[in-house]
Design a protein. Structure first.
Length: 151
């Protein structure tokens, strides 16, 4: 049986423990990556210049925000390095439609959209269809959820 003093101590300690770091709960990386490679090794610049996903080269890379980004050319790497936030996909390369729903999902290079000079990736072509039904609304919802959904 707890004394009043012990009960009071437990009640006061409980809120303080909520402020402690949550050991054991891993936060997702800021950039979608597999084996350390961002956005499936696709050159992010190519979406803007080629209008299509283009595989990046293992020999032309840049480390940024905890991941290795691959590029099809040294010129593309230089452009990205000069202004990475202009070319990197919004929501760290995670599925933009999933972000609008408050969750994370991986992406595939073929499910993409450039909207108002920003790159958005989706998990699959169906998610892209749903994303395209209300791009501005989905962006607003995703931004409201980001980066809190990383964990």
């Amino acid at each position: 049986m707890l004394t009043r003093r012990a009960t009071l101590g437990l009640m006061l300690a409980a809120p303080a423990t909520a402020l402690l770091p949550r050991a054991g709960l891993a936060r997702e990386p800021e950039t979608y990556q597999e084996r350390g490679i961002a956005i499936d090794g696709t050159d992010p610049i190519a979406y803007f210049t080629e209008g299509a996903p283009v595989p990046g080269s293992e020999a032309i890379t840049l480390d940024w925000r905890g991941a290795t980004w691959r590029f099809a050319s040294a010129g593309n790497r230089a452009a990205f390095e000069a202004d990475p936030t202009r070319y990197a996909p919004v929501f760290g390369g995670y599925c933009a439609y999933a972000a609008s729903k408050g969750c994370l999902a991986p992406t595939m290079p073929e499910a993409w959209t450039v909207y108002e000079d920003k790159l958005y990736l989706n998990a699959n072509l169906r998610a892209r269809e749903l994303w395209l039904q209300d791009v501005p609304g989905n962006i607003a919802k995703g931004l409201a959820n980001w980066p809190g959904i990383l964990g």
